[in-house]
Design a protein around this ligand. Sequence first.
Ligand SMILES: [Zn+2]
Length: 144
Amino acid sequence: MNILSIVVEPHHISELENLVKENGSLESCAILLGKREESDFLLKEVVPAQNKEFSIISFTIDEDSLFKIYKRAEEKGLSVIGVFHSHPTDPYPSETDKIYMQINPVPWIIKSTTTNEIRCFVYSEKRKNKNNDQIEEIRIKIKD
Ligand SMILES: [Zn+2]
């Protein structure tokens, strides 16, 4: 079944915004833990991750911290349901992001540090769309 949306709570949005603020112009990244419920992904916990590259245009998460995050998810009965990172440009996946999105087909939330927009995309198994790729935007539902 296709993923239709990622359901987040207002405090998750603040956590992501604070993470971006703390990192200034560097790309921030976090792993999103939660559960899948039919066509929705429910976000339960934002786990900030160290951006190993210390770059403003790309991010690589350190393998040790990634391992710890997966272990934490397992202990809590959660799964990795998404990836978050910031862009100093528009909040759309870069060509490099698209490659990693295919390898890791969970929702990817991108926040622009210039427009402050926040959007979410996922790699889709469906045939190529009008942009000639398989990346689809999905809704970020904010729970009240
Ligand atoms: Zn990116």
